[in-house]
Design a protein around this ligand. Sequence first.
Ligand code: KG4
Ligand code: ZN
Length: 358
Amino acid sequence: MKILSIETSCDETAIALLDITGPLEKPEIKVLGNSLISQIALHEQYGGVYPNLAKREHQKNLPILLEKVLLQARSYKLEASDIDLIAVTVGPGLEPALWTGITFAEELGKKWGKPVVPVNHMEGHVWSVLYHQKDSLKLPALALLVSGGHTELVHVRGFGDYEIVGKTLDDAVGEAFDKVARMLGLSYPGGPKVSQLARAHRNAGLEPSFTLPRPMLHSGNLNFSFSGLKTAVLYKVREHGEIDEEFRSEMSRAFEDSAVEVLVEKTRLALEKLRDTQTLIVAGGVSANTYLGQKISEMTTDFPNLTLYIPERDLSTDNAIMIAIAGYVRVITNPSMIDTKESLIARGNLSISSQSDQ
Ligand code: KG4
Ligand code: ZN
């Protein structure tokens, strides 16, 4: 099945063209075209993503990306007429940004006479792991989804059958990384920069002279909270005064230690509660964090029958490959979608557990 996918939920504009066949547990995936334009440099100067600026950039980038992807596909002797369907992110995300992708997809669908299928961005993150996976994926799975807008533990009972079993009550962990980075004078998105400084501090054999709180670590439930941790950083930063390189590294280390410990221990608790879990998926932008990957991997040694999947770096942050894969999952689990003629709607707060009512 040849799927053209479109992603515009936040600050990356991305289009891909994939040929996907075979069973969902182990699909055969061939990338025929893939292109992405990041707006990070543009939003960096404002310290965050501005929805209307993102929208304008997406509108400008989409036709450029489409042309590039179709050109790449031509080397596989593929034309637009060979495409079976168009998959587009409809949420969650910034609504003005989502609408640009939806409008573009629907116009293309009309022009080419192809069906347009709605995709949940978080479902895309979950199934990003199907791309590099070598063995047949076993369900049920647990997914720890960690991004700039989400921190969720999702019980993946089957393809298209998801239940959120824990989530953040306030800030997402990626957002907390970015806010801490800003307090330390690092530019947006600061997550990877904080992580780099933390790693250097750890590798130098140093220990932070203070520890930060581990919010909700012992709450007994699967929810998270990161705003208290962020405030604790703010107080320490104020108390310290002028930020030097040494303090920046030490704070990055203390923050990453705390955030990662909470993520890992809540995931352990979820695995203890959901004993039939065969697979653990860690996905979303923050899954690119190497310390999180290392600590999750160490924790899973206590669950010998569990297989761990973390997407490779290029698939952990937003991209269109994962949207095509999630589109494939959607049409295979719900083939009648292809014939649905209803117009698509951007839903900024779309939840992964509402898949079946879309
Ligand atoms: O999934 P994503 O690309 O976009 C959203 O859907 O939000 O995630 C972006 C988030 C940002 O907050 C970014 O700082 C964070 O992922 N991030 C990281 C790392 N790489 C990206 N956070 C911590 N460590 C990293 N290495
Ligand atoms: Zn994302």
